[in-house]
Design a protein around this ligand. Sequence first.
Ligand code: NDP
Length: 282
Amino acid sequence: MTAERMNGKELAATKHAEMKVRVSELAKSGIVPGLAVILVGDDQASQTYVRSKQKMCEKVGIHSILKHLPADTTEEVLLSHIDELNNDPEIDGILVQLPLPKQISEQAVIEAISPEKDVDGFHPINIGKMMTGEKTFLPCTPHGIIELLKASEVQIAGSHAVVVGRSNIVGKPVGQLLLNEHATVTYCHSRTVDLRAITTQADILVVAVGIAKLIKKEDIKPGAVIIDVGMNRDENGKLCGDVDFDDVEDIASHITPVPGGVGPMTITMLLENTIESALNRS
Ligand code: NDP
């Protein structure tokens, strides 16, 4: 058996085409969705992420602006920029690229963004709504994973989903969304004793750790659905996930490739949240 590849790039392209139509419909009522991205400092990876977010916005017709602030920006100055954007009627979504320099509290910044413009879905109010199952902006990577599973017609309800990793941006929320979809969810992390004993029970295994090729074929149940969130470089500098793709490909039923799996879905869900937010303009 060779696992079916869950093609995030293809699903993202389909969604981009749908979004283009929605954006042109909105334009008829004089609304152009607006996304503001704030980047503090000169981190190379962050600059790359921000560029691809802006490029995607342009593709679907979302107006995006970038505020690039110096690395020594104070928390007070950053908060004043957020305040300004919170009050800008042409801006529907605000995204502050993480990580931030040490002098700035990430939590203070996340909480300063108006929940109505929190298209990353990180504000405690939106996280609370996600937990209670209310409609809200969902965090982009976890939401993209659910969309990929649904597009591949994977049965989530009743399955045992194991999530390896418990970060606030990926691990914890993806477990919650799987629970909302009626999976039985187990979380694993760096203190988990005997990881393999748990991962081999998973019908759906989500791995968001950040260690190249951590998960091998001995770690999975035959026929499992594997979602690989990791973005790492292997010994040859090639982009790879947290799962050893070549090793598990023959025993998994479905698997997300890296690149081209979860990654393209993350930006796609950000764009969807921005369009949703524009629809809420009154
Ligand atoms: P974090 O570093 O914030 O979290 C890593 C998690 O992995 C922690 O919960 C940690 O446990 C756990 N962990 C570390 N070592 C082990 C181990 N040996 N066994 C089991 N668990 C372990 O990472 P992120 O969640 O932010 O990102 C994870 C990966 O996903 C990274 O490669 C990142 O680049 C990628 N990523 C990809 C995205 C995409 O769009 N494709 C989006 C976001 C991230 P503990 O809590 O105990 O420390």
